[in-house]
Design a protein around this ligand. Structure first.
Ligand code: ADP
Length: 631
């Protein structure tokens, strides 16, 4: 339960709403608890009226035991009622109305009491449940804000499904605690408190007997609830399997069809959904037992009330009358829901606590990349230097960069070439401070980048990541992702630099066309170029392209490179690639292998060295020629 303490700050924030809600809980219960007493009074009045009438017809009756009891109790039977009920009875008796009118007024009073109780119940829901929705909103925002702060290494170690379920399921379970559970707890305490108070005042021994089965009910419901919960969890897991299964079969439909695996997929799906069906039927069975067993235990309490109460009435002991029996039966009915809710509320608390524990673990995760205390905000001119940088990935222990030193002057265009896994992307990530070097320093304009404000640093670098990601938004929205003003001319200009403008104009709605998961299907090359346009949409002084032309054909590649010349004129550019762009005149080409520089120079110098670069170039020329002969 201690995990739920983290939610207290929200209760504090909405304290007035909570207090008001709890006040409504008490008021609603107070007005509801008056009806059994009014009903009891009516029953007793009827009984007394019958005795009176029989006396009127027979002036010399042989007084029976119950009759004597009725007469004896006439004075005392209202003494244990609530003050409001007593006032009402006094008022009613003083008006001198006929018996029929009195009963009718009592009936209307019962209706009014039910309406007042109902109105307070409405207000109670309006305050407590609404408060829980506010808390849910705040908590979701808190979690999302924290997600945004956490760095890339956190995302590497947590699956998207896990992150999503915290935002959705865990938060909604905590909401069950801050809303319904608190409300039902307040409600059950108030109902049990009021009923017990009036029942014990009336007849303590009878109360003890008739309420004896209720704890059994609470424990049974708690246990059954746990079984239901476990089975529901299993069903939930099966359902999510089934959804993933269906989702993959839609997105991978081309692979399935080309490998003629439709039948195998259907069999797989049927097997999974059969498992789901079995579990769901099992759950339905447990649920079917739930309500009848509740009815049985409640029925037992009612039976005991009538039996013992009746016994007392006949014997004329315990000051018990028919009104008391009626009153008790109504109390028991009123107690049914709160008592059964004990188990329910307890399991809601348990589940919320487990969910909040998961949320706390996540909220207490501190980003490894922190903004420095006195962060520098400065304009970066584009001088970059890596000084004896070593980097080991913390999660895998892979030594990706080894003793790497490189000075890049403002305005230089540098190509970084190397095999897959040689550490090229890692260099880009170190520059953007997605990770900090294990050893050595990365500097910008002579400043260790750890001293710079992270937002200031990243906002001055145009980065095109290797894996393209487009949002479900328009082309303009995607290109001008980081700009506040999303105007088409600005998007068109950036698209022009990336040589994708003409193609976008041919889409049905041009730059307003929706792309991403919900939008038109783009080719790999188009996606890459829109992603490039996004990086070029702002006038960054430093630009990093991470192997972002791999899906572009050689003709488009030439076109992009020509246009990039114009864009990159006064900028520092780091172009990471596994392919040689012979056409682009780089100031320097760095050849990377196993995290270290193995060759460096211009295209001509590297060819003359006749090393790795020359070999790669030769290979590329051959495959290029082969491709041309094929064409
Ligand atoms: P390149 O860009 O040249 O293909 P990378 O910089 O992506 O190379 O990777 C360098 C090495 O670091 C590889 O061995 C790769 O497996 C490893 N690596 C890359 N990213 C991660 C990561 N997030 N966590 C752990 N290891 C990684």
């Amino acid at each position: 339960m201690k995990h739920l303490r983290a939610v207290n700050k929200y209760f504090w924030k909405y304290k007035w709403r909570l207090l008001l809600g709890l006040l409504f809980v008490v008021l609603s219960n107070y007005f509801r608890i008056l009806s059994p007493q009014v009903t009891g009074y009516v029953v007793n009045s009827v009984e007394q009226e019958l005795v009176r009438e029989s006396r009127a017809t027979d002036p010399h009756p042989v007084s029976s035991k119950p009759e004597r009891r009725i007469i004896r109790n006439q004075k005392s039977d209202t003494a244990n009622y609530d003050i409001l009920v007593r006032k009402f009875i006094r008022q009613l008796n003083s008006t001198g109305q006929g018996f029929g009118t009195k009963v009718a007024i009592s009936g209307i009073t019962l209706l009014i009491l039910a309406m007042i109780g109902g109105a307070f119940m409405f207000l109670m829901r309006q305050t407590i449940i609404v408060m829980s929705r506010h808390i849910e909103f705040d908590q979701k925002n808190e979690i999302f804000r924290h997600y945004q702060l956490l760095d890339t290494s956190f995302y590497r170690s947590h699956s998207t499904g896990d992150l999503m379920s915290r935002m959705a399921e865990d938060v909604s379970r905590v909401r069950m605690y801050t809303g319904p559970a608190i409300m039902y707890l307040g409600n059950l305490l108030a109902t049990i408190g009021f009923s017990l108070y009036f029942m014990i005042r009336k007849d303590a021994l009878l109360t003890l007997y008739v309420l004896a089965p209720l704890p059994v009910l609470a424990v049974t419901i708690y246990m059954v609830n746990n079984i239901i919960h476990k089975r529901s969890e299993r069903i939930q897991a099966l359902l999510s399997n089934l959804t993933t299964n269906a989702q993959e079969s839609y997105s991978g439909i081309r692979v399935i069809k080309s490998f003629v695996q439709e039948r195998a997929m259907i069999r797989f799906f049927t097997r999974n959904s059969e498992e789901y069906r079995k579990n769901a039927i099992n759950l339905a069975k447990v649920e079917a037992v739930y309500f009848p067993s509740m009815g049985l235990i409640i029925g037992l309490s009612t039976l005991l009330t009538i039996m013992l109460g009746g016994f007392y009435v006949i014997r004329g002991t315990h000051h018990t009358d028919l009104g008391t029996i009626t009153e008790f039966i109504i109390y028991i009915t009123m107690l049914t829901f709160p008592v059964s809710a004990i188990g329910w509320v307890a399991s809601m608390f348990q589940r919320a606590s487990a969910s909040q524990k998961r949320l706390n673990e996540f909220l207490e995760t501190v980003p490894t990349i922190q903004n420095p205390l006195h962060a520098l905000n400065q304009h970066l001119s584009g001088n970059i230097s890596f000084e004896k940088v070593d980097f080991i990935y913390p999660n895998t222990g892979i030594h990706a960069i080894r003793n790497f030193s490189l000075k890049i002057r403002k305005g230089e265009k540098i190509a970084v070439i190397g095999k897959t896994g040689s550490g090229k992307t890692t260099l880009a990530q170190l520059l953007l401070r997605f990770y900090d070097p294990t050893q050595g320093v990365v500097r910008m304009d002579g400043q260790d980048i750890k001293t710079l404000d992270i937002r200031n640093l990243r906002s001055q670098i145009g980065y095109v990541p290797q894996d393209v990601f487009l949002f479900s938004d328009t082309v303009t929205g995607n290109i001008l992702f980081s700009s506040d003003q999303k105007t088409e001319p600005a998007a068109r200009k950036a698209a022009g630099f990336a040589s994708v403008d003409q193609e976008v104009l041919q889409f049905s709605s041009g730059f307003d066309t929706l792309i991403g998961e919900r939008g038109v299907t783009l080719s790999g090359g188009q996606k890459q170029r829109i992603s490039i346009a996004r990086a070029l949409s702002r006038d960054h002084g430093i630009v990093i392209f991470d192997d972002c032309l791999s899906a572009v054909d050689s003709r488009t590649e030439k076109e992009i490179i020509n246009r990039l010349y114009a864009y990159l004129q006064h900028k520092t550019a780091l172009i990471i690639t596994h392919r040689i762009f012979a056409l682009f005149e780089f100031d320097r080409i760095i050849v990377l292998d196993n995290g270290s520089i193995i060759e460096t120079g211009t295209h001509t110098e590297l060819l003359a060295m006749n090393g790795y670069y020359a070999h790669l170039y030769e290979q590329q020329q051959q495959t290029g020629e082969e491709a041309q002969t094929r064409d």
